[in-house]
Design a protein around this ligand. Structure first.
Ligand SMILES: C[S@@+](CC[C@H](N)C(=O)[O-])C[C@H]1O[C@@H](n2cnc3c(N)ncnc32)[C@H](O)[C@@H]1O
Length: 296
């Protein structure tokens, strides 16, 4: 296995570590990958996309966790983070490459200098139906509603049918709304603002993409619109109450699989029931059972 310690040291020493959320990059990366590998079965046949990879905390911890995919691609809109990954990660992790992609984000635009970047159209062409799995940590927590939909569409276009995408976000549902309104959230979230929120909750209007949450139905609708379905959810603990695994909510979507001919669908075998064993004939079935056990 590659010596990963120097890579984490480079991350620690880089000011970019703060751009992607700060804290110790190895601890954060390991925590993210623990959630990911619990939710998605990844292995040697996987072709994996790390969407919004930042300085690659997730990719390096994925390798540290022993996952050796056939292909691992990191994509991000910020040139300096992709330069960092190209310089410090790509040479050490097998089957790994990085793509600088076009895109704007009010929260990150100050780090984006003028550079040629690949368009989402070009990337869709290059990776159409390619990835078996994709993940995005702390990316959909910083997207406008319009970009949320566009980026779901984009990731979905690169997944193979039946492929899975795990992304983290903040989901508004009965429980999270209740907890925020009761002042229990572990972020300083304005209760009045939550009270007035409809489908989208923005914590700070001066920096709207610092914390943005979406209603559960809106998330499902956007996922479906992108040709996927929500197939698993693992809630985080951002809303307080001491429940949940990570900090953010982790949503697993599955791209709609290719459909089989109805005659080829393997049905679950049903228990064969004798005509007189139907529930409307309890006495007779009881007699049969007794005969079976006693042999009389
Ligand atoms: C909080 S950082 C998280 C980085 C990384 N996923 C991690 O956990 O270390 C958010 C990342 O999303 C990227 N990002 C923001 N908007 C994006 C978009 N529209 N498309 C792709 N990446 C985006 C940012 O450039 C940034 O690297």
């Amino acid at each position: 296995m590659a010596d990963l310690a120097p890579i984490y040291d480079e991350m620690r020493a880089s000011p970019m570590n703060d751009w992607v959320g700060g804290s110790d990059p190895e601890l954060v990366g390991d925590a993210c990958i623990a959630i990911l590998t619990r939710l998605l079965p990844l292995g040697g046949q996987s072709r994996i996309l790390d969407f919004g990879c930042g300085i690659g905390r997730g990719l390096v911890s994925l390798h540290k966790a022993g996952v050796r995919p056939q292909q691992l691609v990191g994509m991000d809109i910020m040139p300096p983070v992709i330069d960092f990954c190209d310089q410090h990660i790509a040479p050490h992790l097998p089957n790994t490459r990085f793509e600088l992609m076009e895109g704007a984000n009010d929260h990150y635009d100050r780090f984006i200098e003028q550079r040629e970047r690949k368009t989402t159209t070009a990337l869709t062409e290059a990776y159409r139906d390619n990835f078996t799995d994709a993940y995005a940590f702390s990316v959909f927590t910083h997207l406008t509603q319009a970009d949320f939909q566009l980026m779901l569409n984009f990731v979905s276009s690169m997944l193979k049918p039946g492929g899975r995408f795990m992304f983290t976000c903040f989901e508004l549902n009965e429980f999270s709304r209740h907890m925020v309104l009761a002042g229990q959230a572990i972020f300083p979230l304005d209760r009045q603002r939550m009270y007035e929120a409809d489908d989208v909750f923005i914590a700070n209007p001066d920096d709207p993409l610092a914390f943005i949450a979406f209603d559960i139905d809106l998330i499902r609708q956007m996922v479906w619109q992108a040709g996927m379905a929500v197939t698993k959810v693992s809630y985080g603990c951002w809303m307080g109450g001491g429940m949940g695994d990570g900090l953010q909510d982790a949503i697993v979507c599955t791209k709609l699989p290719a459909l089989k001919a109805v005659d080829d669908v393997k049905m679950t075998p049903l228990v064969h029931r004798e005509p007189d064993a139907r529930p409307d004939k309890p006495a007779s079935s009881l007699k049969k059972l007794l005969r079976h056990w006693t042999g009389r």
